[in-house]
Design a protein around this ligand. Structure first.
Ligand SMILES: Nc1ncnc2c1ncn2[C@@H]1O[C@H](COP(=O)(O)OP(=O)(O)O)[C@@H](O)[C@H]1O
Ligand SMILES: [Mg+2]
Length: 374
């Protein structure tokens, strides 16, 4: 599109609803021009409230919101140069696709020919050309959502806002629409702020991901970094399926190495990451140990490997491309992801090994990662 994309900047943006519910505790975030940033987190964490404050659909209790360098706290939605796409599509039921898509331009009294060109172009982009004369009820859910997206595109906003746009679609269609949105973003080069509770959408769509929890931002990073270096135990447990194994424990030394010993399994010790990657150690030595299922491996229990600890197989799930082993080590549950193969029998013994380079340590009191930022 010809229009330049705008930056969106939130500075300590806070929302307290009537009755004292603090939905958003103060968000600091800068979305660069042309960037697609995904807000992700569990239901009720404040994603929609944050997005709706950017849209101007909710007042901002305190803090500052700028779009394209202009403070817009008190600017009405229609003057913010944004377009929003909702989960519910919000199409006009009595209008055709063509009329729905051109509506905002008609309101702006644009010339008929310009409206037609814009609508045709957007319809082409979204594969809607043959449906232009239909009404929304004559379309599938996926087509309706495309119309809602088309309606946003024709307005050429400097910022697109999406609130769970794919959540009403079935899994296969969600995957398809996700790829289309990614393509649309790179084609338009537009600034997009996208809300979802779906970690796959967040990981695949976002240039950067903002993980929210209980009205606070827990981490802002690229999808890779959010996954590889979760800032705290919440992020560690939220992204990844199955999630990271998390066990409270203490740091202990065995003379040469530093080990982490889970509380629940006094004889089990896992080599800790080398101390030079850690920012600090908690005074009490109390940590939470985190290892992703793919960073654990098993070997036969009669193996001679020195490190590695005994586990009992509780469940082996064959998923075709991989196998998930649910194990128990002295009462501690552990999930191990491995290549498909012979499924160990339930109740059998295996040895588990952790890759120390991929062991995460968090402060047991705060949940914050002990790893040094670099
Ligand atoms: N209009 C409102 N009045 C009072 N509380 C609200 C209102 N809208 C949302 N909330 C509360 O604010 C919190 C965040 O809600 P929301 O932003 O919708 O979360 P999300 O989109 O992440 O699911 C929730 O606890 C919710 O109950
Ligand atoms: Mg929401």
């Amino acid at each position: 599109m010809k229009k330049t994309a705008a930056t969106v900047q939130l500075e300590a943006v806070r929302k307290e609803y009537d009755g004292g519910v603090v939905a958003v505790h103060g968000v600091d975030l800068t979305v660069q021009a042309g960037e697609l940033v995904v807000l992700v987190g569990p239901s009720g964490c404040g994603k929609s409230t944050t997005l709706r404050m950017v849209a101007g659909l909710e007042t901002i209790t305190s803090g500052r919101l700028s779009i394209g360098g202009r403070v817009v706290n008190d600017v009405p939605p229609s003057e913010r140069d944004i377009a929003m796409v909702f989960q519910s599509y919000a199409l006009y039921p009595h209008m055709t696709v063509r009329e729905n898509m051109g509506f905002a331009l008609r309101l702006r009294k644009r010339p008929a020919r310009e409206i037609e060109t814009q609508v045709n172009e957007a319809a082409e982009t979204l594969g809607l050309t043959q449906y232009l004369d239909r009404q929304p009820r004559q379309l599938s859910g996926g087509q309706r959502q495309r119309v809602a997206i088309g309606r946003a595109i024709v307005r050429e906003p400097s910022v697109f806002l999406f609130d769970e746009p794919l959540s009403n679609l079935d899994a296969a269609l969600r995957g398809e629409m996700r790829r289309e949105l990614a393509e649309l973003h790179s084609r338009l080069g537009a600034t997009m702020l996208y809300v979802t509770h779906d970690q796959i959408e967040a990981m695949t769509l976002g240039d950067r991901i903002v993980v929210m929890h209980q009205g606070r931002v827990r981490q802002v990073d690229t999808p890779e970094l959010v996954y590889q270096r979760p800032a705290d135990t919440f992020v560690a447990g939220f992204l990844g399926s199955p999630p990271m194994n998390l066990m409270p424990g203490v740091l202990v030394g065995d003379g040469e190495r530093t080990l982490v010993r889970p509380d629940a399994a006094p004889s089990l010790a896992i080599a800790a990451p080398s101390l030079n990657v850690l920012e600090r150690l908690p005074q009490s030595g109390a940590v939470v140990l985190g290892v992703r299922p793919e960073h654990l491996r098993t070997s036969a229990s009669d193996g001679t490997s020195a490190d590695g600890f005994d586990a009992i197989v509780e469940l082996a799930e064959a998923l075709g491309h991989e196998q998930l082993l649910h194990l128990r080590v002295e009462g501690v549950p552990l999930t191990v992801r491995g290549a498909p193969g012979v499924r160990p029998a339930v109740g059998s013994h295996v040895k588990v090994h952790a890759d120390p380079a991929h062991v995460h340590l968090f402060d047991a009191a705060s949940g914050v990662s002990l790893r040094r930022a670099d």
